[in-house]
Design a protein around this ligand. Structure first.
Ligand code: 13P
Ligand code: SF4
Length: 326
């Protein structure tokens, strides 16, 4: 009985402490000054989060920004592997991830113990890993890449050097096509990008014959074959803004459409639909972050992303190589 009363009291205190202020955006801006914090956000975040970010970008841009920030605190509005990369680059800074459950299906598709066995079975291979992987996988890699520099990085590796590419088989296949290289692929994939239906994209193309299909390389080959342009989120945004075309079928997480629409309000952006009548073209991990959780993370200076010094140091080298080769 006593315990129950106490826990009721504790939860009342914590509810009071975690009360959300009326001016949430203003309070976050004030906390930013107080903590000397920077908010880094990915394009797949909710529009209201994108609008308060100090820097908004794709995985490469976000790691470049994390590498050069002078802020004391990095608030990462993205998923765990992105915040982890920021921490690897900034071991002495506080890196906050508003929801520690914001993972990534692609990173989960490559468990470290299984990958260690896969790597051991290909002892003469160089390991190029897509940044969408855990710090443990990065620590086992020679070079990291993102969707915007994968082709460029693989092209710089001597032609006679055998390569393992992990964890995304779709990006891996795309890199093979673009470079003419034979890569040994880890068979991972992203639940969001695998959800797009080729049939529905063909249907949309028939309804909008003038529209350009723009797609992320994490999509399956059956979908990518219909794309007029393939690239990272930043590349898709730039392509949509620069060209003459004014209607696009966007085959990636629809969060990016907020920036497209903001920068080109006169153009039309049609989100590619998923297979079923669901919202599964939205990344369930990315969308766990909210403005409220960002506020609470800054106020409580938690949840924090942490790493062992061994993993941090081993994972730093392949990330640095990526930044040098980009
Ligand atoms: P970008 O490299 O375009 O940021 O892609 C990140 C991602 O998670 C795609 O699903
Ligand atoms: Fe991971 Fe896919 Fe979400 Fe990107 S969209 S963070 S690859 S689950």
């Amino acid at each position: 009985m006593f315990t129950t009363v106490l826990s009721h009291q504790n939860s009342a205190v914590s509810q009071r402490e975690n009360r959300i202020p009326f001016d949430l955006v203003g309070t976050i801006q004030a906390l930013k000054q107080e903590l000397n914090a920077v908010i880094l956000a990915h394009y797949y975040q909710d529009p209201e989060i994108q609008d308060i970010a100090d820097y908004l970008g794709d995985s490469l841009g976000l790691s470049q920004e994390a590498a050069k920030t002078s802020a004391d605190v990095i608030v990462f509005a993205g998923v765990h592997f992105m915040a982890e990369t920021a921490k690897i680059l900034n071991p002495d800074k506080l890196v906050l991830l508003p929801d520690l459950n914001a993972g990534c299906s692609l990173a989960d598709s490559c468990p470290p113990a299984e990958f260690a066995r896969f790597k051991a079975a290909h002892p003469d291979h160089l390991v190029v890993s897509y940044i969408n992987c855990t710090a443990e996988i990065k620590a086992m890699s020679d070079i990291i890449c993102t969707s915007s520099n994968a082709v460029k990085i693989v092209s710089q590796i001597p032609a006679d050097q055998p390569i393992i590419f992990a964890p995304d088989r779709n990006l891996g296949r795309y890199v093979m096509e673009q470079t003419g290289r034979n890569l040994v692929l880890w068979q991972g994939s992203c639940i969001v990008h695998e959800t797009f239906s080729e049939r529905k994209i063909i249907q949309l193309k028939m309804e909008h014959p003038q529209a350009k299909v723009i797609a992320h390389p994490e999509c399956e080959p059956a979908v990518l074959q219909h794309a007029d342009y393939i690239g990272s989120t930043t590349a898709l945004l730039n392509y949509a803004l620069k060209g003459e075309a004014d209607r696009f079928i966007v085959v990636t997480e629809p969060g990016i459409i907020h920036q497209m629409q903001k920068a080109a309000p006169h153009k039309e952006f049609i989100p590619a639909p998923p297979q079923n009548q669901c919202a599964c073209n939205e990344c369930p991990h990315m969308r766990l972050n909210t403005l409220e959780k960002i506020y609470l993370a800054m106020k409580n200076r938690s949840p924090e992303v942490t790493l062992t010094p061994e993993i941090q140091q081993a994972a730093l080298h392949p990330i640095r190589r990526m930044l040098e080769m980009s």
